[in-house]
Design a protein around this ligand. Structure first.
Ligand code: ZN
Length: 266
């Protein structure tokens, strides 16, 4: 079977195991069904997720010009504390920023390789955790806008990591942590204006990924350097496809890449 389309991060559904879907213009592929099958990926060009042009992708699926222009790539996306829509102040497009920033946001703890703090829109729970490959996570604060979530995260950073190690996550060298205990420990560091939004009694969410075999070493597939690859799919975790020969492919960091996807059916 042959599919062709522009990569975007996979859609997910949390059931007993995470279900993954690749969405192309004309196809919708249930990736879990490709496990244990030979899958070929061939790079055929770029398609910027904003302007649609065949220009080299710079970051987050956007070409260089769009990355510095589209409101969907403003600094406040990676640094929520820079959000200003609640002050009626524009960064790139106030209407868009109000729509995204002025809605309930969650500060969470997620454990993928270590426990980290993060921020996401409430509507993105548990999607965000799945995308990070977290095997457990918990909401610790729910605030009415992105700015408050951002300053809560900044206040917690000296006390807990805000990064994950994707190699550790993919090799599944993980440990279980009691996130409810961690949450209670961290409460004292939340800024005063966020204290009232603390979630004292949420339970951990456990996430199981469809992985038959974890990689021992890791070779990251880079389509710019190696435009053709074929391998047997052994698992999916976070936004990574894991192959039998220890190759891993980060779908998310290849957003905007146009590919042929070939599935060998036996
Ligand atoms: Zn563009």
């Amino acid at each position: 079977m042959q599919y062709k389309g522009v990569l975007r991060k996979m859609k997910t559904e949390l059931t007993s195991q995470v279900q993954y879907f690749m969405e192309f213009e004309d196809d919708f592929i249930h990736m879990n069904q490709l496990l244990n099958r030979e899958v070929g990926i061939t790079f055929i060009g770029y398609q910027c997720l904003n302007c649609g042009k065949d220009k080299k992708i710079y970051r987050q699926g956007f070409c260089y010009d769009c990355f510095y222009d589209t409101p969907r790539a403003g600094d406040w996306i990676m640094k929520p504390e820079l959000s200003k829509a609640h002050l009626d102040e524009e960064d790139r497009d106030l209407e868009y920023e109000k729509k995204v920033q002025l809605q309930p946001h969650i500060v969470y703890l997620a454990n993928s390789s270590n426990v980290k703090v993060g921020v996401t829109r409430k509507s993105q729970v548990p999607t965000r955790w799945i995308d990070q490959g977290a095997h457990e996570a918990i909401e610790i604060v729910e605030v009415p806008n992105r700015y408050l979530a951002g300053i809560a995260e900044v206040a917690l950073k000296p006390h807990i990591s805000d990064k994950t190690n994707w190699r550790t996550m993919l090799k599944n060298e993980i440990e279980d942590v009691n996130l409810e205990e961690k949450r209670d420990e961290l409460k004292q560091y939340l800024p005063d204006e966020v204290q009232e939004y603390f979630l004292a009694s949420n339970k951990e969410t456990e996430i199981e990924f469809p992985v038959l075999e974890y990689p021992k070493k890791l070779k990251s597939l880079n389509l710019d350097k190696k435009p053709e690859y074929k391998g047997k799919l052994k698992g999916i975790k976070g936004q990574y496809l894991i192959f039998e020969d220890d190759t891993v492919f980060n779908v998310r960091s290849n957003e905007g890449y146009k590919v042929n996807l070939e599935v060998l059916v036996d």
